[in-house]
Every structure is written in structure tokens, then in C-alpha cells.
Ligand binder design. Structure first.
Ligand code: MG
Length: 276
């Protein structure tokens, strides 16, 4: 099942996406739906997708997004080539967080922050949405705690990211987190997900990998984090990006105003955004 958040008649709503139609659900938000533990029957008139304004599936996450850094081998190599700060000596997961006041909608604008951001970059990522409170979950049980999957573009300001020791500021600027276009429920994707993941800039293929190449897999991520942190329903975990980001090229190829980003994951869709 594909679930979306959208605006229609001035109101934010949640629905099931079926082809080009939307079936409204009687809930106030995606997080409320996730917390309810089930998906109610649709109500009201079926809408045309073309008639609604698509929003990020979780427009305002309740907590920061939990991110994995350097979690594909080929990306680890390209990042180390760009800046020694990225050298990964041991395969220990790098966790960091990304603040998201308001996620960028599918079709929305990535903010380029002229005067503040010099090296704007993209990172197509598979994002896991936690479905129920997870504490001390074993790797073997982890899949049972996943509500679904979506696409997240972990937009990054490379200078800010590497000059402040911690990545938080350079990852968390307004307009840096496009999410969508939908959440695909976990029952529709075999675990662990082995899906093609790609990013294109102005139509040019930059990233092309599969989501089964994570260095630290989703089950181990959930097991490790939940061994000490409670993961609440609606928590978003961005699992890392494959190689082919702008800083990985020689010379690097950073984003500029007007660039069109497309992050695609097979079975989920395409998340398209433009740099302002
Ligand atoms: Mg990332």
C-alpha cells in the first residue's frame, strides 16, 4: 500500500495512493495513522492525484531524523577521497541527526542559502519509518517494527558539514530534507529491501546502486539503536547514500540554482525537487 500526505481544499490529509487516484483516510496525520497500529477503511470521495497538492509523507517529523553516515562501501571510498575527515577506519556505524522543521514536499524547492552555503550536495537514501515503539529489539525481530519505507534526499552543505566537527548544522538547514513521494508499507517489500536506488541531476544519472549494499543493515541498525534508545512510531531512519554524490567527482560537481534532482527507489517512486 502506498500512503501519502496531501493538501486538498486548504486542509492537510492522509490517503492511500492507487495509481492516479487518492482514497482519503479518516486520520489527522501520518504519524497518528502509524501510532494507531492499523490502516482504517477509506472514507469520502476518491480524489484524483492531479487535483491534490502532494506533501512530504511526514511533513513535520516529531524528532530529528536519525541518519547513517558512510554506509555504502563505494561512498566511503569517494568521501575519503574528498576529505580526510570522512576516512572510516572501522566498520562502526556512524549515526548523526538531521533537524527537519518542515520536510520539502515532492516537487518542492531545495533551499540553496546563498551567502551561507558554498558546496551544496545531494544524497539519495532509503528511509525506514518505525511503526511501533522499539526498545531492546533484536535484529531478528527488527522487521516487525518497520511501518514502511520512503525516499529521503539528505541534502548537505559540505563546507558547513566538515568545518564544524559535527555534521548537524550542515545537514539541518531549512529546505534540506525532501521526503517522499509516498510511504510504501513494509508488507510490500521483502526484508531486507534489495531495491535499485538512483539519483539524477538534470536527467544525468549520478547515483546507481541497490539498497542491499548497506555496510550496516537495517536489522542491525534498529537492534543497536533500540538497545539504548526508545524509537517511537514515526521515527525516520535515513540509511545512508551510495556513491555518486557531488563531492565524489573529480573535480566535485556541486548543485546550483535551477538544478533538478531526482532520487528514485524501485517500488517506491521518484522524489523530484529543484534547487531554488
Ligand atoms: Mg546521508
Amino acid at each position: 500500500m502506498k500512503l501519502i500526505t496531501y493538501r486538498y481544499s486548504g486542509k492537510e490529509a492522509v490517503g492511500i495512493l492507487e495509481g492516479e487516484t487518492v482514497r482519503p483516510l479518516p486520520v489527522n496525520s501520518m504519524v497518528e495513522l502509524i501510532e494507531s497500529g492499523g490502516i482504517p477503511a477509506p472514507t469520502g470521495e476518491t480524489l484524483l492525484l492531479a487535483d491534490v497538492e502532494l506533501l512530504a509523507p511526514i511533513p513535520r517529523p516529531r524528532q530529528d531524523v536519525i541518519c547513517l553516515g558512510i554506509n555504502y562501501k563505494a561512498h566511503a571510498d569517494e568521501a575519503a577521497g574528498y576529505d580526510a575527515a570522512f576516512i572510516k577506519e572501522k566498520p562502526i556505524p556512524i549515526y548523526f541527526s538531521k533537524r527537519v522543521c518542515e520536510a520539502v514536499a515532492p516537487g518542492g524547492m531545495i533551499q540553496s542559502h546563498p551567502g551561507l552555503v558554498e558546496r551544496l550536495d545531494y544524497e539519495a537514501e532509503l528511509a525506514v519509518i518505525i511503526g511501533k515503539t522499539a526498545k531492546n529489539v533484536s535484529a531478528a525481530q527488527a522487521a516487525d517494527y518497520i511501518f514502511g519505507y520512503t525516499i529521503l534526499n539528505d541534502v548537505s552543505a559540505r563546507v558547513l558539514q566538515t568545518s564544524h566537527k559535527q555534521w548537524y548544522f550542515g545537514k539541518s538547514l531549512d529546505g534540506f530534507t525532501p521526503i517522499g513521494p509516498c510511504i510504501v508499507t513494509a508488507d510490500e517489500i521483502a526484508f531486507p529491501p534489495a531495491l535499485p536506488i538512483r539519483a539524477r541531476v538534470n536527467g544525468e544519472l549520478r547515483q546507481d546502486s541497490t539498497t542491499d549494499l548497506l555496510i550496516t543493515g537495517i536489522a542491525d541498525i534498529i537492534a543497536e539503536l533500540s538497545s539504548g534508545m526508545t524509537l517511537l512510531p514515526g521515527t525516520i531512519i535515513a540509511t545512508g547514500t551510495p556513491s555518486g554524490v557531488g563531492m565524489g567527482f573529480d573535480p566535485p560537481r556541486f548543485l546550483k540554482s535551477g538544478d533538478v534532482l531526482e532520487c528514485e527507489i524501485g517500488g517506491i517512486g521518484v522524489l523530484r525537487n529543484t534547487v531554488d
